[in-house]
Structures are given as C-alpha cells and as structure tokens.
Write a protein that binds this ligand. Sequence first.
Ligand code: GDP
Ligand code: MG
Length: 163
Amino acid sequence: MSNIVAIVGRPNVGKSTLFNRLLERREAIVDSIAGVTRDRHYGKSDWNGVDFTVIDTGGYDVGTDDIFEEEIRKQVQLAVEEATSIIFMMNVEEGLTDTDYEIYRLLRRSNKPIYIVINKVDSAKEELPATEFYQLGIDKYYTISSATGSGTGEILDDIVRDF
Ligand code: GDP
Ligand code: MG
C-alpha cells in the first residue's frame, strides 16, 4: 500500500509552498475523481529513495479563517481519511490561533501519525517565538522554512522512517 502524506493547516501558513517544494522536478497528478478531489492537489515525491504521495489541502484559501466551520473541517476530515501521515502546519509569523487549536483537536481524533510543523522560520531569530506552539500541549515540533527548504530534510527523515 502506498504512503500518503497530507499537508493540513489554515490558509496562508505555507502549505502549497511546501507541496511545490516536495514536488520539485515532478509532475503534479491531475486526479480524475472530480468532486471528491476538487480543491485538492496530489503529487508524487520521494525521500532517500522512498516514494510517497503528497496531498495539498486547502481549496478554502480565501485569506480568512471565517469559513472554518464548513471548509476547513471538511478538508481535515478528508485528509484524515485519505492520508497515512499528516503534516499539520502552522506559522511563526502569525503565531498560534484559535483555528490552529481547533484543527489540532480534530486531527488528534485520528490514529494517524501527526507531524507538527512551524513554517516561516527563515532564520535563527524565529526559533524563540516558535516556542509558543508548546501551548498546544505538544512535546515536539519541527521548524522549517518552506521558502528556503531549511528544516524539511529532518521532518522527511522522520516521516519516511515511520512508514
Ligand atoms: P497556503 O495557503 O497554506 O497554501 O500558503 P502558501 O503556500 O500559498 O503561502 C502563503 C504565503 O506565505 C505566500 O506569500 C508564500 O510565499 C509565503 N510563504 C510560504 N512559506 C514561507 C516561508 O517559509 N517563509 C516565508 N517568509 N514566507 C513563506
Ligand atoms: Mg495553498
């Protein structure tokens, strides 16, 4: 069975930037199951020779959290159903929000491995502000910069090891 990694998080945290980085030099898959896959992007990637599928969730990227109840909940639900591993992305620029708490609450209902990623840590000076995310009650998070790719290797090492 193939491994499927879904990137979940509220609008603007950087999901599509990470998705595109993981798919570098590869073609995105245009999925034929319209309706089910509308607003979701699928692609193939690999790390250290291990192949996996990546899902970029978030056709709800309208720039606000207001549509949370309908769209984000739906996207989280689909991700949990489809994925074998979940990347839950937040970002240090905007910090921890009520929506992040809500998404994490929904994700924790699943038994899928969840990798908590704090994006937009573009330099060492963002490491200290990122510690606010421990307020979620978590033991570990990964700090990355999807823009530069820094930190992405460490999380991929752990994800493929857990497949
Ligand atoms: P999405 O809505 O979660 O898919 O987020 P996007 O990938 O579309 O990114 C939202 C904005 O954040 C864009 O302007 C990106 O260029 C920017 N962005 C994404 N990743 C990073 C990062 O690591 N650092 C910085 N500074 N900006 C980022
Ligand atoms: Mg996006």
